[in-house]
Design a protein around this ligand. Structure first.
Ligand code: AKG
Ligand code: FE2
Length: 320
């Protein structure tokens, strides 16, 4: 069945020009494209400046291969004391599908969480280039995420909340490897991301599928020098239900391994995710109660495949 899944191209939105700065005519034109893509699909390809992406491509993909080629016992050393955060998962035993491995780094903007938390655990003698690469990826992807979030808030006329909203973000980094598969079963089950926004980057092997508004799965055609941006449920809730978080999954087809890396923007514990009053009126009744994302995690998530990030239940957790 999955053999017939149609291949689609997501809109590629070009942020690469220097002039795409808030307030410029280019910014307004890009904003219009972002709005269209998000209202239609909840995701798009983000075209960053080519040299930034090209500088990162080889080191990032090299770092992912280096990490996942470590012996299993070494990878399993990476566990954290926090539930849901900072762990290594492989295979069904840890809730990850057969053929997927992942590692999650909590609060990756804190360099020590990469350097000391992850790198030194896996390479006690150190691995400077590995750390540097993940730190650079986190820097670039979080900068892109901030631009997109600012733009989305502007689209809905609530840009005055941008700084406070962005300042309360925890950027969680997740690296993933999917084996080539002959089963046709999803290597990552269908889900919507529960966080605010997700920025994904990957090697040349396709596999991501998105459920469109007609309920049909579409395979996303790779755009090699772009990032994929996906809206998560937390942001949809903050916008009082405006924009939808698309269901997606990963289905592997050939026998080549797929590597991907994602930066997940999450509302920090202690921050109330609360619909701005400007987004509630006679036509748009308040749909969601304020909530703390950490409370949701404690109650609803399981330690599976980034349970902090993907799964279900956030909307019912906080609906009015
Ligand atoms: O590997 C991918 O491309 C998708 C990963 C994903 O959807 C997730 O971790 O939430
Ligand atoms: Fe996801």
């Amino acid at each position: 069945m999955s053999g017939e899944t149609p291949v689609v191209r997501l809109p590629i939105i070009d942020f690469s020009k220097h002039e795409v700065k808030p307030g410029s005519p280019e910014w307004d034109s890009v904003k219009h494209q972002v709005r269209q893509a998000l209202e239609e699909l909840g995701c798009f390809h983000f075209q960053a400046m080519l040299d930034q992406v090209l500088d990162l491509r080889k080191p990032v993909l090299g770092a992912l291969e280096e990490l996942f080629h470590l012996p299993l016992q070494t990878k399993q050393l990476y566990v954290s004391d926090k539930p849901f955060r900072g762990y290594y998962g492989v295979g069904v035993a840890s809730g990850v599908a057969v053929g997927q491995e992942c590692m999650v780094i909590d609060d990756a903007k804190l360099v020590q969480n990469i350097e000391r938390g992850l790198t030194t655990t896996l390479w006690p003698q150190g691995n400077v280039s590995f750390s540097k690469t993940l730190v650079s990826f986190t820097e670039l992807a979080s900068a892109l995420e901030k631009r997109i979030r600012r733009m989305i808030l502007e689209i809905f006329g609530v840009e005055k909340y941008t700084d406070e909203f962005i300042d309360s973000t925890n950027y969680l980094l997740k690296v993933m490897k999917y084996d080539g598969s002959v089963t046709g079963e999803p290597s990552l089950r269908a889900h919507s991301d529960q966080n605010l926004t997700t920025i994904l980057y990957q090697n040349e092997v396709d596999g991501l599928e998105i459920l469109n508004k007609d309920g049909q799965w579409n395979r996303v055609k790779l755009s090699p020098n772009s990032f994929i941006v996906i809206i998560g449920e937390s942001l949809s809730i903050w916008l009082n239900g405006r924009l939808c978080s698309p269901y997606h999954r990963v289905v592997m087809k050939g026998n080549k391994e797929r590597y991907s890396i994602g930066l997940f923007a999450i509302a920090r514990g202690g921050y109330q995710v609360k619909v701005p009053e400007e987004l509630v009126d006679d036509q748009n009744a308040l749909r969601f109660k304020p909530f703390d994302y950490e409370d949701f995690l404690r109650l609803h998530s399981t330690k599976v495949s980034g349970g902090a990030l993907l799964g279900f239940g956030l909307k019912s957790f906080c609906s009015v």
